[in-house]
Design a protein around this ligand. Structure first.
Ligand code: DAH
Length: 339
C-alpha cells in the first residue's frame, strides 16, 4: 500500500490542468467523495495493526499533497485568465457622448457673427429691469397698453421693477452711459405674461441692434438689414419694409424677407404671399435720444429688434415654440450637425 501511495504522490506531482475542465477532472479523481484519497481511507480499516501508523501518515501526506497541488494549479489558471484580459491600450475607446448646442444658441451665434463682422459689439442689459429702461425712456406713453398687467410681469414688492418685455431696454442702458458713435447688438431673454401654447411663450429671446452717430439715415439701416438677411438666409433673399409703429422709432417699419421655403413663389408657410416677417426697425425717435442724454440735433440713429425663436423657426421650421424650452434630447439632437 505504501508503494501504491508513493506512486500516486509522484502522479499527483506531475499532473497538470490546461483549463477549468481538466482541473475539475483532477479534483474528481483524487479529492471527491468517490476519489482515490477517500477510497484509500476506506481501505485503511483492513490495514494490519502494526502498519496502521505508517499507512495513516502516508494517506494524510497524499491527501495534503493532492489538495495543495490542486490549489496551486487553480491559482495558476486564474492568473493565466487575468493575463488574457489585461488592458489593451491599442483598442479604440467607447465613443464619448457629446452634448449639442441649443438651436437658439446656434442661431443667436450666427446672428451675432454677422453683425460682429459689420462692427457691432455686444452689449448686455439686465432681465429684471425698471419701468424707466423698458418703457419710459423708450418713449412709451404713460397709458400705453404694453404697460398693462396683461403683458408685463411685475416683481411684486416693487411696482416699478419688472421683467423686461423686450431687449430695447438695453438701448437706454447703453445710451445713458456712453456717447456716439454707438454700434451695439444686445441678445437676451425677455418675458411676457402670455398663456403658453405652440405659438406663444411667457419667455423668449430677442436681439436688439442700435447704431447712433452723425448723419445716420434710413438708407444705412436698409443696407445693413439687407446684408444681414442675405447672410442669414442666402444671397438671393430679398427684403421689403412696411410702415409700422413703435413708440421708440420714427419712422418705424417691419421687415419681411422673401419666403425662404418657396423662394417667394408662395406656399402654405408664407400663406401664399411670398413674404415672411422677421423684424421691427426704424430711426431712433429724437425723444428717445434726448431722454437718454444724447443731443438729437447732432446725432441720429437706427434701431432694430428681432425674435431669435422667429429666425430659428424660419431656418429650421420648428412648429411648436414649447420645444425650445423642454430640453427633450430627441429634439436637441436634431441640431447635432449644425453645431
Ligand atoms: N421692441 C420691439 C418688440 O419687442 C421690437 C423692435 C421694433 C425693436 C423696432 C426695435 C425697433 O429696436 O426699432 O416688439
Amino acid at each position: 500500500m505504501i508503494e501504491r501511495i508513493n506512486g500516486l504522490l509522484e502522479e499527483i506531482k506531475n499532473s497538470t490542468a490546461a483549463n477549468a475542465d481538466e482541473l475539475e477532472a483532477l479534483r474528481l479523481k483524487y479529492l471527491s467523495k468517490k476519489g482515490i484519497v477517500n477510497d484509500l481511507m476506506a481501505q485503511f480499516r483492513e490495514v494490519p495493526a502494526e502498519q496502521k501508523r505508517e499507512v495513516g501518515v502516508k494517506i494524510n501526506e497524499l491527501k495534503n499533497a493532492a489538495q495543495e497541488h490542486f490549489n496551486s494549479l487553480k491559482e495558476l489558471l486564474a492568473n493565466k485568465e487575468e493575463e488574457q484580459c489585461e488592458i489593451d491600450l491599442t483598442r479604440p475607446s467607447s465613443p464619448t457622448v457629446l452634448g449639442t448646442r441649443h438651436p437658439l444658441s446656434i442661431v443667436r451665434n450666427e446672428i451675432v457673427d454677422i453683425f460682429a463682422r459689420l462692427g457691432f459689439s455686444i452689449a448686455n442689459g439686465v432681465e429684471v429691469e425698471d419701468d424707466w429702461h423698458v418703457f419710459s425712456s423708450m418713449n412709451f406713453a404713460e397709458d400705453h397698453p404694453a404697460r398693462d398687467m396683461q403683458d408685463t410681469f411685475f416683481v411684486e414688492a416693487h411696482p416699478d421693477i419688472i421683467l423686461r418685455t423686450h431687449t430695447s431696454s438695453v438701448q437706454s442702458r447703453v445710451m445713458e452711459t456712453s456717447q456716439p458713435p454707438i454700434r451695439i447688438i444686445a441678445p437676451g431673454r425677455v418675458y411676457r405674461n402670455e398663456a403658453i401654447s405652440y405659438r406663444a411663450h411667457c419667455f423668449f429671446h430677442q436681439l436688439e441692434g442700435l447704431y447712433v452717430d452723425k448723419n445716420v439715415s434710413f438708407t444705412d439701416l436698409k443696407q445693413v438689414l439687407l446684408l444681414f438677411a442675405q447672410e442669414m438666409f442666402g444671397k438671393d433673399t430679398k427684403i421689403r419694409l412696411r410702415p409700422s409703429y413703435f413708440p421708440f422709432t420714427e419712422p418705424s417699419a417691419e421687415m419681411d424677407i422673401s419666403c425662404n421655403i418657396c423662394g417667394g413663389k408662395g406656399c402654405p408657410f408664407c400663406k401664399n404671399t411670398g413674404w415672411v416677417e422677421i423684424l421691427g426697425c426704424g430711426m431712433v425717435d429724437p425723444n428717445v435720444l434726448e431722454l437718454c442724454g444724447i443731443d438729437s440735433k447732432e446725432y441720429s440713429g437706427y434701431a432694430f429688434g428681432m425674435g431669435i425663436e422667429r429666425i430659428t423657426n424660419l431656418k429650421y421650421q420648428v412648429k411648436d415654440l414649447r420645444l425650445f424650452s423642454e430640453n427633450d434630447v430627441r429634439f436637441l439632437k436634431l441640431f447635432e450637425s449644425a453645431n
